[in-house]
Structures are given as structure tokens and as C-alpha cells.
Design a protein around this ligand. Structure first.
Ligand code: KIV
Length: 289
């Protein structure tokens, strides 16, 4: 493997021939996640559900794009991710995968598409890989999903695991509750983390866990940890883009830093447009044939 190929995903762009330079983007791959951890370089991810946002994030150098089942809340208007189906996510994932030239694209396996048995899990993962162009799949659960992860990895499909707070288990967990608290919480988290690593996952999302617990998992695992509300001592960060960009109409978790105010910008644009139409200011001569 050449030195160029082993460079980590978020080294400065001039040293990053696979990342958004005039030389042309090369694809982020699972080995770059591993290299990033080995070199102490942070990995950056966002969710994306469509071609336009995927193009912008890809060109900005975001390392990976997750087509999350959070599309349930952010695209389809559900209260939870539970109703989301594989058939709902396939077209969204295809759009993101077509748009992303450099970013690694991860397809989220929705509730009900992998829990029932290992063959179901493999079938869903194969559908995502075949029908969308994604580079990996993600599924929730630690020890309880280890068999599914092993089977999918054995079929040649990279798996990103997801432990800590797992939104598909919201009702069992009793709501949006931080996981991994106290001695038994940390023990459970570590047991889940080791189970998914042993099963062959290439990375793991740690959602809503205390900073110390996330740091301990990061220390003990050889694979990179990606935090979503897991503090700074992890190997990378992931945020739901609509929360991050101030586009969300609902509750935004405390761990999110909002980097834009899209809701304000679009709301203002819509009000000005309506005024212009009502006042006869739009279209003007420059917009008319
Ligand atoms: O669906 C999603 O966006 C997710 C992240 C919150 C990890 O699973």
C-alpha cells in the first residue's frame, strides 16, 4: 500500500491526495478509519439523506456520511425511528452514495430488518450494498447483535456498530436516557464494545454515554469509536445534520453544537418571497421573458 493510500482522512488537504484536492478526490475506506485512530487524527461524520446535502458535505471534506434511520424524524416526520423501512432508506442511500465522491457512505439498517435472525440481517445488508452503492452498513446493539455483525462481515460487508443509547430501543430504555452510567453501566458498555469488536465491526458509534465511559471504551478497543454525545475522548464525531445546521423543528439534544441557522435563513427567505409576490415585486423585469 502506498504512503498516499495509508494517509488518514483528515490530514491537511495538501497532504491528503484522496480528499477534495485539485488532484481529485480518492475514496475514504475502512483502513483510513483505522489509520486515523492509530495516528490520533479525528474522524468527522454527518448524517445525510439526499443528494444536495451529501454533495456539500462531501466537498467540505466530511469523512463519512451516515444515511441514518433518523430520516424517520428528519425526512418522514415520525416521532421515532421505529416505523422506518428498508424500502424507505434505499432511495435516500442511493442518492447520497451517488453524490459522495470521497466520503465513506454508511447505510443504516432500520428496526426490524436484522433482529429476527442472522439470515435476515445478511439479506438486508446485501440489499443495501447491491441497491444503493453504500460502502458499509450500521446496525444497533452490542452483544445482542454480535452474531448478525459476524455473519455480515463474513460476507465481505463492513459493519459500523452502534452501542450506548440506541434509538431503536427507545421504549425498552425508557426514553432518551444516557447509557453507561455507574459501575454496572460501564461494565455493560465495555462488554458490548468488546463483543462487537470481536464480531468484526470496523468502527463503533457510542451514543449518549458519559465522557469517562467513552474514553475507557476508546482506550480498550483497537477499532475507532465515533461519538454522538460521548464527549471529546473518542476517535471521531458524528452529528445528525439537521440538528447541527439548525434546520430541525423539534428538540435538539444538549450535546449538539449548531453550526448554522438554516431554519431562520429559510423561514426569512420564505417570508420575503411571499411579501414580494403579494406586493408585485417578484417577478421583476429581470426575471421575466
Ligand atoms: O440514524 C442516525 O442518525 C443514527 C445516529 C444518531 C448515530 O443512528
Amino acid at each position: 500500500m502506498s504512503e498516499q493510500e495509508t494517509a488518514a482522512p483528515n490530514t491537511p488537504s495538501e497532504e491528503r491526495p484522496y480528499g477534495g484536492t485539485p488532484a481529485g478526490p480518492k475514496r475514504v475506506r475502512t483502513r483510513h478509519f483505522q489509520n486515523a485512530k492509530a495516528n490520533g487524527i479525528k474522524i468527522t461524520g454527518l448524517t445525510s439523506y439526499d443528494m444536495l446535502s451529501a454533495t456539500i458535505f462531501d466537498e467540505a471534506g466530511i469523512d463519512f456520511l451516515l444515511v441514518g434511520d433518523s430520516a424517520g424524524n428528519n425526512v418522514f416526520g415520525y416521532d421515532t425511528t421505529l416505523p422506518v423501512r428498508v424500502d424507505d432508506l434505499i432511495p435516500l442511500t442511493r442518492a447520497v452514495a451517488q453524490a459522495a465522491k470521497r466520503a465513506f457512505v454508511v447505510a443504516d439498517m432500520p428496526f426490524g430488518s436484522y433482529e429476527t435472525d442472522v439470515q435476515d440481517a445478511l439479506h438486508t445488508a446485501v440489499r443495501f450494498m447491491k441497491e444503493t452503492g453504500a460502502h458499509a452498513v450500521k446496525l444497533e446493539g452490542g452483544r445482542r447483535s454480535a452474531k448478525q455483525i459476524r455473519r455480515i462481515v463474513d460476507a465481505g460487508i463492513p459493519v459500523m456498530a452502534h452501542i450506548g443509547y440506541t434509538p431503536q430501543s427507545e421504549h425498552q430504555l425508557g426514553g432518551h436516557i444516557i447509557q453507561g452510567r455507574g459501575d454496572s453501566g460501564i461494565e455493560n458498555l465495555l462488554a458490548d464494545a468488546h463483543a462487537i469488536e470481536d464480531a468484526g465491526a470496523f468502527a463503533v458509534v457510542l451514543e449518549m454515554v458519559p465522557t469517562d465511559a467513552a474514553a475507557q471504551v476508546t482506550e480498550e478497543l483497537a477499532i475507532p469509536t465515533i461519538g454522538v454525545g460521548a464527549g471529546p475522548h473518542v476517535d471521531g464525531q458524528l452529528l445528525v445534520w439537521t440538528d447541527w445546521a439548525g434546520f430541525t423543528t423539534g428538540r435538539v439534544p444538549r450535546f449538539v453544537r449548531q453550526y448554522a441557522d438554516l431554519k431562520g435563513v429559510l423561514g426569512d427567505a420564505a417570508r420575503r418571497y411571499k411579501d414580494d409576490v403579494e406586493q408585485g415585486e417578484y417577478p421583476g423585469p429581470e426575471h421575466s421573458y
